[in-house]
Design a protein around this ligand. Structure first.
Ligand code: NAP
Length: 276
């Protein structure tokens, strides 16, 4: 039975690691991309191996900067080399501005870095992955006819998925992180575009929009947001965890949601709800 394979960007730490671990426990092989923290990526690979349910699953860390076109091309090649095919891409890697600067002070350099990493990177990684997924489907089609496949392998051969991790900031305006909001709002449009283009190719595309998640990215503002959560900012009254997002991704990649392509899934404890 073929083990389905997922490529998860930014999987060395935080939300991406949570997604990789959940997929490992659901029987997936995972290509864990990261940018520079090799130690964290090795720990994430080990955590996935512990959660695996089959000795045939494979986990490999691939260092590549998603904002760099050459790195993206190499990442795609290495992902396909792992198992000959990729069933799901999770565009998770992303960065916050190095400095939270007011809109009147923020720099073009920071804007360019955020858009290159959070928007251009996943947009063109999706293009590269979708091209290969479509080519795989075309070459698999005659061979798949008449094959008796079961369980995960059936889902893997029939359904391909691409998930984009955006943010509540795709919708909420934060005037000290304008470039982050713009990058995530652009990414939300990228989801609509790719869902519209890939619907007829058997590839489902989803936007998963987290709220406040307890990761390294938010470590510097933990106390500030603890106070806001205590005041009611998040209806669920707590920070989100990488596992909260991981479980949602695991469900989306099961194949059960394929007709919901283009949907936005809020994993934010209800933070997006307009309230009086
Ligand atoms: P994090 O804790 O800072 O982890 C980021 C991960 O992404 C790391 O593994 C990092 O690699 C990798 N990465 C960063 N830039 C990369 C690049 N150019 N190429 C490849 N990998 C790269 O972040 P997080 O909180 O888990 O956030 C993950 C995603 O969720 C981001 O897109 C973020 O915008 C989004 N999000 C986060 C929150 C939140 O509250 N934390 C809320 C909403 C949305 P290294 O380990 O090698 O540095």
């Amino acid at each position: 039975m073929r083990i389905p394979t997922a490529l998860v960007t930014g999987a060395g730490r935080g939300i991406g690691r949570g997604i990789a671990e959940e997929l490992a426990s659901a029987g997936w092989s995972v290509v864990l991309n990261y940018r520079g923290n090799t130690q964290a990526a090795a720990a994430a690979v080990a955590a996935c191996a512990e959660k695996a349910v089959s000795s045939d699953q494979r986990f490999v860390a691939v260092k590549a900067d998603v904002s760099d076109a050459v790195d993206r091309a190499r990442l795609v090649c290495e992902a396909w080399a792992l198992s000959g095919s990729v069933d799901a891409l999770v565009n998770n890697a992303g960065i916050a501005p190095r400095v939270r600067a007011d809109l009147l002070e923020a720099t073009e350099e920071s804007f360019a870095e955020l858009v290159r990493t959070n928007l251009q990177g996943p947009y063109f990684l999706t293009q590269a992955v979708a091209r290969r997924m479509i080519a795989d489907r075309k070459s698999d089609a005659p061979a798949a006819t008449g094959l008796a496949v079961v369980g995960l392998a059936a889902a893997a051969s029939a359904q391909k998925s691409i998930v984009f991790i955006t943010s509540v900031s795709a919708e909420s305006a934060s005037v000290t992180r304008g470039e982050y909001c713009v990058s995530k709002a652009g990414l939300a449009m990228a989801v609509k575009l790719w869902a519209a283009r890939l619907g007829g190719e058997g590839i489902s595309v989803f936007e998963l929009r987290p709220g406040l998640m307890a990761t390294d990215m938010t470590a510097g503002v933990r106390e500030e947001y603890d106070a806001l959560i205590a005041e009611g900012l998040v209806p669920a009254s707590r920070w989100g965890t990488p596992g909260d997002v991981g479980k949602a991704v695991r469900s989306l990649l099961s194949g059960d949601w394929s007709y919901a392509t283009g949907s936005v899934i809020h994993v934010d404890g209800g933070m997006h709800l307009p309230r009086l």
